[in-house]
Design a protein around this ligand. Structure first.
Ligand code: ADP
Length: 463
C-alpha cells in the first residue's frame, strides 16, 4: 500500500507540474508575442517622424543617422525608402540581422528560425515642411516572432528557471510523498502486526493512538476490541470454573444423600427425596438457562405470545420464593395489584422475575428486606424489585448484564451462581420490547427496574 500511495502522489505531482509548465508556457508565449507585436507597431509609428528629422537635420540621407535608426528596427522588418515618383532611394534593415543572415551557422546556433511565411505591408509617408518628400514601404512578419537574439536569450532564461523550479518541485515532491506515505502507512503496519498477534492468541495487545484521524480511530477501536476480547476470555475461564462448581455442589449433595440411603444412615423418605429433587431441579434450571441464553443471543429464541395476567404471574413467582425468603429471615413486601393484562410469553416472563427475585434473596442477609412493586404508566407496566442486600459496586454496574459476569463482592460471599441469570433476564426483556435497568449502592441494596409495554409492536415479535 505504501508503494501504491507513493506512486499515486508522484503521479499527481508530475501531472500538476506538467500542467503548470504548459499553462505558464502558453500564457507567457501569448503575452510575449503581444508585447513584440505592440513594440513593432510603436517603432513603425515613430519611423516617419524619425526619418524626416534625420533627413532635415543633415540636409540629406545621412548614413550614420540611418544606421542608428536601422539599429532600432525589429528583426524581420524591411524598409524601402522611395521618392514620391517611385524611385528607390535606400533600403533599411537591422544591421545585426543582416550580419546574422550572412552567417546562417551563427543564426542556427542561436536557435533562431528565420522562415517567415506571412508578411504584412505598410506604406508610411515621410513629410517635410513642403509636404511628402519620401515614401517608406515597410514589410514585417504578420505574426510577431522571436527573431531578436536578445529576446531569444530572455526566453531561454525564463524557460531555464521554469525547468529548474519544476525539477526542484519534483525532488521536494518525491521526498514529501515518500515521507507522507510512510507516515500514513506505518501505524497501519503496526496495527496489522498487532491484529496478527491477537489472531495468534496474544490478547494483551494494545497499539499507541497518536492521531485523532481515521487511523487514530481505527487504533482506538482495535484497543477496545482487544480489551473486550481479553475480558471475554477471562470471563469464559471464570465461567468454566463457576459452572464446574455449580454442577459439583448439587451432584455432591445428591451423591451424599444416596450413599446415606444405601448405608441406611438416612431414610429414603418423602422429605429427603424432595431435597434430592430440588437439587436435580437446580441442575435442570442451570442447563436450560444456558441453552436459552445461547438461543436468545443467537436471535433464535421466539416468545410464545399470549395475554398474560402480569400481577398474577408476579404473585406466583413471589409465592414460589417466599418460603425461602422467610426462612432466611428476610421480610418481603408485595401488594398484589388488580389484574393487569400484558402481551408476553408466560414461561419466559416467569423466569425473568424468578431470576431477579432469586438474586434479591441470594444477595440479601437477615434481617434484610425485599420489596416488589408494580405500577401502570400509560401503555407500560413498571415492575421494581428492591432489596437491602450487599449492593453492586459502581465499577461492576456496566457489566452485570453481560453473560458470565459476577461482581467480586458477590463472589467473595460464596453465593454460587454462573453470571447468566441477568444476561438471560435482559434478553427476555428485549424480546418483550422492554428495558431492564439497575440502581445500586454497595452495602445499602439494589433496585432492578423492568419497563414492559402492554402490547408488543408487530415487527419485533420475531426477534
Ligand atoms: P449469578 O447470580 O448467577 O451470579 P446473575 O447474572 O444473576 O448471575 O448476576 C450477575 C451478578 O450481578 C451477580 O454475580 C452479582 O454480583 C450481581 N447481582 C445481581 N443481582 C444482585 C442483587 N440483587 N444484589 C447484589 N448483586 C447482584
Amino acid at each position: 500500500m505504501r508503494k501504491r500511495l507513493f506512486l499515486s502522489f508522484l503521479a499527481i505531482i508530475l501531472l500538476t507540474l506538467l500542467l503548470s509548465i504548459l499553462s505558464v508556457n502558453f500564457v507567457f508565449q501569448k503575452h510575449f508575442s503581444d508585447y513584440l507585436a505592440r513594440s513593432t507597431e510603436v517603432t513603425l509609428e515613430q519611423l516617419p517622424e524619425r526619418l524626416s528629422s534625420s533627413f532635415f537635420s543633415h540636409g540629406c540621407w545621412n548614413s550614420d543617422s540611418l544606421y542608428n535608426i536601422a539599429h532600432s528596427l525589429p528583426f524581420g522588418t524591411h524598409i524601402v525608402i522611395k521618392e514620391p515618383s517611385g524611385k528607390t532611394i535606400l533600403t533599411l534593415i537591422n544591421p545585426m540581422e543582416s550580419m546574422l543572415k550572412n552567417d546562417p551557422g551563427l543564426w542556427m546556433d542561436m536557435g533562431l528560425n528565420y522562415t517567415i511565411e506571412e508578411w504584412k505591408n505598410k506604406t508610411l509617408m515621410i513629410s517635410g515642411p513642403n509636404g511628402v518628400f519620401a515614401v517608406a514601404e515597410v514589410r514585417y512578419p504578420a505574426r510577431a516572432r522571436v527573431l531578436n537574439p536578445a529576446d531569444q536569450s530572455f526566453i531561454s532564461a525564463i524557460y531555464q528557471s521554469l525547468f529548474l523550479a519544476g525539477a526542484l518541485a519534483l525532488i521536494i515532491g518525491i521526498i514529501l510523498s515518500y515521507w507522507i506515505s510512510r507516515r500514513l502507512t506505518s501505524p497501519l503496519q503496526g496495527l496489522t502486526k498487532a491484529v496478527q498477534r491477537v489472531g495468534e492468541g496474544s490478547l494483551d495487545e494494545q497499539v499507541p493512538v497518536t492521531t485523532k484521524d481515521e487511523v487514530g480511530q481505527l487504533a482506538t477501536a482495535f484497543n477496545g476490541m482487544a480489551e473486550n476480547l481479553k475480558k471475554q476470555g477471562r470471563l469464559r475461564k471464570q465461567f468454566t470454573a463457576d459452572i464446574a462448581h455449580e454442577l459439583r455442589t448439587p451432584l455432591t449433595s445428591i451423591r451424599s444423600y444416596i450413599e446415606a440411603f444405601q448405608d441406611g444412615v438416612l431414610p429414603a423418605n418423602k422429605e429427603n427425596l424432595a431435597i434430592i429433587n430440588e437439587e436435580i431441579e437446580r441442575l435442570t434450571r442451570l442447563s436450560s438457562d444456558l441453552k436459552d441464553l445461547n438461543v436468545a443471543e443467537m436471535g433464535a429464541l421466539r416468545p410464545y405470545l399470549t395475554q398474560v395476567n402480569l400481577s398474577a404471574l408476579i404473585d406466583k413467582t413471589v409465592n414460589m420464593l417466599s418460603p425461602l425468603i422467610q426462612e432466611k429471615g428476610i421480610s418481603l413486601a408485595w401488594h398484589k395489584p388488580e389484574s393487569t393484562l400484558i402481551e408476553g410469553d408466560e414461561y419466559l416472563l416467569t423466569r425473568l422475575f424468578y431470576n431477579l427475585l432469586h438474586n434479591a434473596y441470594k444477595f440479601t442477609e437477615s434481617p434484610g428486606k425485599i420489596e416488589v412493586q408494580m405500577e401502570l404508566r400509560h401503555q407500560e407496566a413498571l415492575i421494581t424489585i428492591s432489596d437491602s442486600g450487599i449492593g453492586i459496586p459502581e465499577e461492576d454496574l456496566p457489566f452485570i448484564f453481560e453473560r458470565f459476569y459476577r461482581s467480586e463482592k458477590s463472589r467473595s460471599r460464596e453465593t454460587g451462581g454462573t453470571g447468566i441469570g441477568l444476561a438471560l433476564a435482559q434478553q427476555i426483556a428485549l424480546l418483550h420490547q422492554g428495558t431492564l435497568t439497575v440502581e445500586s449502592c454497595p452495602d445499602k441494596g439494589s433496585r432492578f427496574m423492568l419497563l414492559l409495554p402492554l402490547t408488543i409492536r408487530e415487527k419485533s415479535t420475531s426477534v
